[in-house]
Design a binder for this molecule. Structure first.
Ligand code: SAM
Length: 239
Protein backbone atom coordinates (compact mmCIF):
# COMPACT_ATOMS: atom_id res chain seq x y z
CA UNK A 1 0.00 0.00 0.00
CA UNK A 2 1.43 3.39 -0.92
CA UNK A 3 1.65 6.19 1.63
CA UNK A 4 -1.12 8.01 -0.27
CA UNK A 5 -3.50 5.02 0.00
CA UNK A 6 -2.79 4.31 3.69
CA UNK A 7 -5.66 4.90 6.15
CA UNK A 8 -5.46 8.38 7.64
CA UNK A 9 -5.87 9.21 11.32
CA UNK A 10 -8.30 11.96 12.21
CA UNK A 11 -6.82 15.24 13.50
CA UNK A 12 -6.28 15.07 17.24
CA UNK A 13 -4.80 16.81 20.25
CA UNK A 14 -1.60 15.35 21.63
CA UNK A 15 -1.42 14.08 25.21
CA UNK A 16 2.22 15.17 25.40
CA UNK A 17 4.59 18.02 24.72
CA UNK A 18 8.30 17.65 24.14
CA UNK A 19 9.13 20.55 26.41
CA UNK A 20 12.20 18.86 27.88
CA UNK A 21 13.66 18.31 24.41
CA UNK A 22 15.24 15.16 23.09
CA UNK A 23 18.76 15.58 24.52
CA UNK A 24 19.98 12.56 26.46
CA UNK A 25 22.32 12.64 29.46
CA UNK A 26 25.66 11.03 28.59
CA UNK A 27 25.00 7.81 30.53
CA UNK A 28 21.58 7.50 28.89
CA UNK A 29 23.08 8.23 25.49
CA UNK A 30 25.64 5.48 26.10
CA UNK A 31 22.85 3.05 27.02
CA UNK A 32 20.97 4.09 23.89
CA UNK A 33 24.07 3.41 21.76
CA UNK A 34 24.54 0.01 23.40
CA UNK A 35 21.00 -1.31 23.42
CA UNK A 36 18.77 0.62 21.02
CA UNK A 37 19.70 -1.66 18.12
CA UNK A 38 18.30 -4.62 20.08
CA UNK A 39 15.53 -3.07 22.14
CA UNK A 40 14.04 -0.15 20.21
CA UNK A 41 11.72 -1.20 17.41
CA UNK A 42 12.39 0.30 14.02
CA UNK A 43 9.03 0.94 12.38
CA UNK A 44 7.94 2.75 9.23
CA UNK A 45 6.80 6.29 10.00
CA UNK A 46 4.15 8.40 8.33
CA UNK A 47 5.10 11.62 6.59
CA UNK A 48 4.26 15.02 7.98
CA UNK A 49 3.54 16.19 11.53
CA UNK A 50 3.66 12.68 13.00
CA UNK A 51 6.91 11.60 11.32
CA UNK A 52 8.77 11.11 14.62
CA UNK A 53 6.03 9.74 16.91
CA UNK A 54 3.56 8.20 14.48
CA UNK A 55 3.70 4.71 13.03
CA UNK A 56 2.67 4.05 9.45
CA UNK A 57 -0.96 2.96 9.97
CA UNK A 58 -0.45 0.14 7.45
CA UNK A 59 2.29 -1.40 9.62
CA UNK A 60 1.41 -4.38 11.85
CA UNK A 61 3.54 -5.73 14.67
CA UNK A 62 3.57 -9.45 15.40
CA UNK A 63 4.59 -9.75 19.07
CA UNK A 64 5.56 -13.43 18.76
CA UNK A 65 7.97 -12.50 15.98
CA UNK A 66 9.34 -9.51 17.90
CA UNK A 67 10.00 -11.51 21.09
CA UNK A 68 10.69 -14.85 19.40
CA UNK A 69 8.13 -16.63 21.54
CA UNK A 70 4.48 -16.62 22.53
CA UNK A 71 3.98 -15.14 26.02
CA UNK A 72 1.49 -12.84 27.78
CA UNK A 73 2.08 -9.31 26.50
CA UNK A 74 1.99 -6.22 28.71
CA UNK A 75 1.90 -2.88 26.91
CA UNK A 76 2.99 0.06 29.05
CA UNK A 77 1.87 3.44 27.76
CA UNK A 78 4.20 6.25 28.80
CA UNK A 79 6.94 4.20 30.47
CA UNK A 80 8.81 7.42 31.36
CA UNK A 81 12.25 6.61 32.75
CA UNK A 82 11.37 2.93 32.99
CA UNK A 83 11.20 2.24 36.73
CA UNK A 84 8.05 0.14 36.46
CA UNK A 85 9.05 -1.46 33.18
CA UNK A 86 12.50 -2.65 34.27
CA UNK A 87 11.24 -3.82 37.66
CA UNK A 88 8.28 -5.72 36.21
CA UNK A 89 10.21 -7.26 33.31
CA UNK A 90 12.85 -8.48 35.74
CA UNK A 91 10.22 -9.93 38.08
CA UNK A 92 8.26 -11.58 35.25
CA UNK A 93 10.71 -13.04 32.72
CA UNK A 94 7.82 -15.22 31.50
CA UNK A 95 5.89 -12.13 30.25
CA UNK A 96 6.80 -9.80 27.40
CA UNK A 97 6.72 -6.01 27.78
CA UNK A 98 6.25 -3.45 25.04
CA UNK A 99 6.78 0.15 26.17
CA UNK A 100 5.35 3.00 24.14
CA UNK A 101 7.01 6.30 24.99
CA UNK A 102 7.35 9.54 23.04
CA UNK A 103 10.20 10.88 25.18
CA UNK A 104 13.49 9.48 23.87
CA UNK A 105 15.53 10.56 26.95
CA UNK A 106 13.16 8.40 29.04
CA UNK A 107 13.87 5.37 26.85
CA UNK A 108 17.61 6.00 27.21
CA UNK A 109 17.19 6.34 30.98
CA UNK A 110 15.22 3.08 31.13
CA UNK A 111 17.92 1.24 29.20
CA UNK A 112 20.58 2.68 31.50
CA UNK A 113 18.83 0.83 34.35
CA UNK A 114 19.51 -2.52 32.68
CA UNK A 115 22.68 -4.57 33.29
CA UNK A 116 21.97 -6.28 29.98
CA UNK A 117 19.30 -5.86 27.31
CA UNK A 118 16.31 -7.55 28.88
CA UNK A 119 15.08 -10.11 26.32
CA UNK A 120 11.43 -9.60 27.27
CA UNK A 121 11.42 -5.80 26.74
CA UNK A 122 11.01 -3.72 23.61
CA UNK A 123 10.52 0.03 23.24
CA UNK A 124 8.63 1.88 20.59
CA UNK A 125 9.17 5.63 20.36
CA UNK A 126 5.59 6.42 19.47
CA UNK A 127 2.40 8.19 20.43
CA UNK A 128 0.25 5.44 21.92
CA UNK A 129 -2.97 7.26 21.05
CA UNK A 130 -2.08 6.91 17.38
CA UNK A 131 -0.06 3.70 17.24
CA UNK A 132 -2.46 1.54 19.23
CA UNK A 133 -5.23 2.21 16.74
CA UNK A 134 -3.51 0.07 14.13
CA UNK A 135 -0.26 -1.52 15.29
CA UNK A 136 -1.19 -4.61 17.30
CA UNK A 137 -3.44 -7.61 16.67
CA UNK A 138 -6.93 -7.31 18.20
CA UNK A 139 -7.07 -9.08 21.58
CA UNK A 140 -3.28 -9.43 21.63
CA UNK A 141 -2.57 -7.55 24.89
CA UNK A 142 -2.78 -9.44 28.19
CA UNK A 143 -2.55 -6.24 30.29
CA UNK A 144 -2.39 -2.57 29.36
CA UNK A 145 -0.65 -0.29 31.88
CA UNK A 146 -1.00 3.49 32.13
CA UNK A 147 0.69 4.72 35.29
CA UNK A 148 0.80 8.41 36.13
CA UNK A 149 -0.23 9.67 32.69
CA UNK A 150 0.35 13.41 32.22
CA UNK A 151 -2.49 14.88 34.32
CA UNK A 152 -3.18 18.09 32.38
CA UNK A 153 -4.75 19.59 35.50
CA UNK A 154 -6.01 22.85 33.96
CA UNK A 155 -9.62 22.70 32.82
CA UNK A 156 -8.75 23.99 29.35
CA UNK A 157 -6.24 21.15 28.91
CA UNK A 158 -8.48 18.29 30.02
CA UNK A 159 -9.11 17.41 26.39
CA UNK A 160 -5.44 16.43 26.09
CA UNK A 161 -5.76 13.68 28.68
CA UNK A 162 -4.94 10.27 27.29
CA UNK A 163 -7.81 8.45 29.00
CA UNK A 164 -10.87 9.40 26.95
CA UNK A 165 -13.87 7.49 25.58
CA UNK A 166 -12.12 7.10 22.20
CA UNK A 167 -8.95 5.79 23.77
CA UNK A 168 -10.96 3.43 26.01
CA UNK A 169 -12.41 1.93 22.82
CA UNK A 170 -8.95 1.64 21.23
CA UNK A 171 -7.64 -0.23 24.27
CA UNK A 172 -10.77 -2.38 24.45
CA UNK A 173 -10.03 -3.69 20.95
CA UNK A 174 -6.60 -4.88 22.09
CA UNK A 175 -7.36 -6.50 25.44
CA UNK A 176 -9.24 -9.81 25.31
CA UNK A 177 -12.21 -10.58 27.56
CA UNK A 178 -10.93 -10.97 31.12
CA UNK A 179 -7.75 -8.97 30.45
CA UNK A 180 -6.90 -5.86 32.48
CA UNK A 181 -6.18 -2.19 31.99
CA UNK A 182 -4.25 -0.97 35.02
CA UNK A 183 -4.04 2.74 35.72
CA UNK A 184 -2.66 4.92 38.49
CA UNK A 185 -2.66 8.65 39.12
CA UNK A 186 -2.00 11.09 41.93
CA UNK A 187 -4.47 13.64 40.57
CA UNK A 188 -7.92 13.26 42.15
CA UNK A 189 -9.57 15.06 39.23
CA UNK A 190 -7.99 12.71 36.70
CA UNK A 191 -8.85 9.65 38.80
CA UNK A 192 -12.45 10.85 38.85
CA UNK A 193 -12.40 11.42 35.08
CA UNK A 194 -10.89 7.96 34.48
CA UNK A 195 -13.69 6.42 36.53
CA UNK A 196 -16.33 8.41 34.67
CA UNK A 197 -14.97 7.35 31.28
CA UNK A 198 -14.40 3.69 32.11
CA UNK A 199 -17.46 3.11 34.31
CA UNK A 200 -19.60 4.42 31.46
CA UNK A 201 -17.84 2.33 28.81
CA UNK A 202 -19.60 -0.96 27.97
CA UNK A 203 -16.28 -2.79 27.43
CA UNK A 204 -14.83 -2.14 30.87
CA UNK A 205 -15.78 -3.06 34.43
CA UNK A 206 -13.96 -2.03 37.58
CA UNK A 207 -12.03 -5.03 38.94
CA UNK A 208 -9.88 -3.50 41.71
CA UNK A 209 -8.74 -0.32 43.38
CA UNK A 210 -5.78 -2.04 45.05
CA UNK A 211 -2.20 -1.25 44.18
CA UNK A 212 -1.04 -2.92 40.97
CA UNK A 213 1.16 -5.87 42.05
CA UNK A 214 4.20 -5.06 39.90
CA UNK A 215 4.11 -1.27 40.31
CA UNK A 216 7.07 0.07 42.33
CA UNK A 217 7.16 3.58 43.82
CA UNK A 218 8.29 5.90 41.03
CA UNK A 219 9.37 9.55 41.06
CA UNK A 220 5.84 10.57 40.10
CA UNK A 221 4.25 8.66 42.94
CA UNK A 222 6.79 10.08 45.42
CA UNK A 223 6.22 13.60 44.17
CA UNK A 224 2.46 13.22 44.50
CA UNK A 225 2.68 11.77 47.98
CA UNK A 226 5.08 14.49 49.14
CA UNK A 227 2.64 17.12 47.85
CA UNK A 228 -0.11 15.48 49.94
CA UNK A 229 -1.97 13.91 47.03
CA UNK A 230 -3.60 10.51 47.32
CA UNK A 231 -2.45 7.79 44.90
CA UNK A 232 -5.35 6.08 43.14
CA UNK A 233 -4.92 2.68 41.48
CA UNK A 234 -7.61 1.35 39.17
CA UNK A 235 -7.79 -1.98 37.37
CA UNK A 236 -10.54 -2.40 34.79
CA UNK A 237 -11.40 -5.80 33.39
CA UNK A 238 -12.35 -6.23 29.74
CA UNK A 239 -15.99 -7.24 29.89
C1 SAM B 1 4.11 11.66 34.04
S1 SAM B 1 5.08 10.56 33.10
C2 SAM B 1 4.90 9.00 33.95
C3 SAM B 1 5.97 8.02 33.60
C4 SAM B 1 5.86 6.62 34.21
N1 SAM B 1 4.64 5.97 33.80
C5 SAM B 1 5.96 6.66 35.70
O1 SAM B 1 4.99 6.32 36.38
O2 SAM B 1 7.04 7.00 36.20
C6 SAM B 1 4.06 10.34 31.67
C7 SAM B 1 4.84 9.79 30.49
O3 SAM B 1 3.93 9.50 29.44
C8 SAM B 1 4.52 9.86 28.20
N2 SAM B 1 3.42 10.07 27.24
C9 SAM B 1 2.48 11.04 27.27
N3 SAM B 1 1.61 10.89 26.27
C10 SAM B 1 2.01 9.78 25.58
C11 SAM B 1 1.52 9.12 24.43
N4 SAM B 1 0.43 9.56 23.79
N5 SAM B 1 2.17 8.02 23.99
C12 SAM B 1 3.28 7.58 24.63
N6 SAM B 1 3.81 8.16 25.73
C13 SAM B 1 3.17 9.25 26.20
C14 SAM B 1 5.32 11.10 28.53
O4 SAM B 1 6.36 11.33 27.59
C15 SAM B 1 5.85 10.76 29.92
O5 SAM B 1 7.11 10.13 29.86
Amino acid sequence: MSQADAPRHPARLRSFTRRGGRMLKQSHEDAWERYAGTLVLDVPRPRGADASTGVDPAHRLDPSQVFGRSAPLVVEIGSGSGDTLVHAATQRPDWDFLALEVWRPGIGHAMAKMDRPLPNVRFLEADAALALQTLLPPGGVHEMWTFFPDPWPKQRHHKRRLVSPDFAATVAALVPTGGLWRLATDWAGYAHAMRQVLDAHPSWELASTGRAPLRPVTRFERRGTEAGREIVDLAYRRA
